[in-house]
Design a binder for this molecule. Structure first.
Ligand SMILES: Cc1ncc(COP(=O)(O)O)c(C=O)c1O
Length: 461
């Protein structure tokens, strides 16, 4: 329910610094969300630096910083790379584009872990050139390419231990039926280890397993570790190979609604350490150094998205649609995997909650629904600001330009200061790659003739 009294109930899904002003406005990082919306426009992603840092530190309380690789796929931009560097964490990238972002940020290459189930030779050349610290091998083809790219780096072999983490089917990657990594069951993982050990100039240091996303049921890790230990006993027997590193990927769940409870990273790591000692000890294997790759659990609660309401359509006896100025282009997760969110009015946090409404976007798609049932004040109207918490992970990073909607700006807030870390896209940005029928450039967008009278002015501030 959206009222100031319920702010406490929503603490777990809001940035740590969330508060309300005496005028009933949401405050994040000491900044008034209403003022941010008028200065930077909407939709606006508000990134609370302190929350990001606190979540990262909850991992480094249990592991040395370099053993915690922030998973850039959750949300990557140059400023975030810089924060990750300042915190001393490693960085997981999974494409040439993410690698280029890290390089542009001056991220120390030795702390970059390069992932991906289909890295191209070009991407591997880029990895070699930038001197990435670790490459995670995902296929036999890639083992050939790594050798061909002349990489001189440490390697991990990604295996799928066949453990089904408790989460939505579409975001599971740890089962045998996965496009990622080598299955343990059919001998292919052993073959991968054998070939990886033979790559000239590289050193196979470990294994990698990522068992899923939004994991709230930590027993999944116990089972994965048990299977990995059995596999490692086999690599020891066959090749004398015992990994010095075991990277268990990311996947720790994050609450998006007030009824969910976010597992504590430090406690989760402690439990994993315990399982490692138990399972490896029982097979008389040395316990490898544990590494993890959290994304969502570091950045998820660090952001809220603030939208402006444009229309309210009340269908008596059926439903009320509250349409905001974004939607599936800035947050595809509800449409893609049925993700659930909460919402409240950032400009009227003291307004009593009313009946359920559906918060929808502005896209030409009936499935463009951000939240199907949420209590907003009865008199919600055009001009109100809807805040959706816990939008830090896999929202901006999955943002798209469906219906040619420009992607939002991202402002970082801290101690009452707001800094733009990603500029709002403009119509000009959207047209940058278009060419005319004859292949020529449409021309300078400030020249209205060149764009045939199309209004390409930047509506954002
Ligand atoms: C290999 C790997 N590592 C880390 C992550 C990050 O997961 P999360 O953001 O759920 O922590 C993912 C997510 O898909 C992944 O595939």
């Amino acid at each position: 329910m959206s009222s100031i009294s319920s702010l406490d109930e929503m603490r777990s899904i809001l940035p740590d610094s969330a508060d309300t002003s005496s005028g009933g406005h949401l405050i994040v990082g000491g900044c008034d969300a209403v003022e941010l919306a008028s200065e930077y426009g909407t939709p606006l992603v508000v990134f609370d630096r302190a929350t990001f840092e606190a979540r990262a530190r909850s991992y480094t309380a249990a592991l040395e910083p370099a053993s915690v690789a922030y998973a850039g796929k959750a949300f990557l931009c140059i400023a975030i790379c810089q924060l990750v560097d300042e915190l001393g964490l490693s960085l997981d990238v999974c494409t040439g584009g993410e690698l280029a972002t890290a390089v542009a940020a001056g991220f120390p290459p030795e702390r970059i872990v390069f992932h991906g189930n289909n890295k191209s030779l070009d991407e591997l050349h880029a990895a070699a050139e930038s001197g990435v610290g670790r490459v995670v091998l995902d296929s036999l083809e890639e083992i050939e390419r790594v050798a061909a790219a002349g990489l001189r780096t440490k390697l991990l072999v990604r295996v799928t231990p066949g453990v089904e983490a408790h989460t939505h089917e579409f975001v599971q990657t740890g089962q045998e039926d996965s496009k990622f990594g080598f299955g343990l069951g059919d001998g292919i993982a052993l073959e991968a280890v054998k070939r990886a050990l033979e790559i000239p100039g590289c050193e196979l240091v470990g294994l990698h397993a990522h068992i899923g996303s939004q994991i709230f049921e930590l027993a999944a890790f116990d089972l994965a570790i048990q299977r990995l230990a059995v596999f490692i006993a086999e690599t020891q027997d066959r090749f004398g190979f015992v990994p010095s590193e075991l990277n268990l990927g990311g996947g720790l769940g994050v609450a998006h609604t007030r009824d969910e409870i976010t597992p504590d990273p430090a406690a989760s790591v402690a439990r994993i350490h315990h399982a490692l000692r138990r399972e490896f000890g029982s097979l008389s294997l040395p316990v490898p150094r544990l590494a993890v790759e959290p994304g969502r659990s570091i950045v998820g609660a660090s952001c809220v998205t603030v939208y402006r309401v444009g229309t309210v359509k009340r269908i008596p006896g059926v439903r009320t649609y509250v349409a905001v100025d974004g939607g599936m282009s800035d947050n595809i997760r509800p449409a893609l995997y049925g993700a659930r969110y909460e919402a409240f009015l950032a400009n009227r946090m003291d307004a009593p909650p009313g009946p359920r409404v559906t918060v929808c976007g502005k896209h030409c798609e009936s499935g463009d629904v951000l939240i199907k049932d949420v209590h907003l004040p009865d008199d919600v109207a055009a001009g109100d600001l809807v805040c959706v918490p816990a939008t830090g992970a896999y929202t901006y990073s999955m943002a798209n330009n469906y219906n040619h909607v420009p992607r939002p700006a991202v402002v970082m807030v801290t101690d009452g200061t707001a800094t733009t870390i990603v500029v709002r896209e403009t119509n000009e940005d959207l047209l940058r790659h278009d060419r005319r029928l004859d292949g020529s450039m449409p021309g300078n967008p400030s020249n209205s003739q060149a764009l045939d009278g199309l209004d390409i002015s930047d509506s954002s501030s």
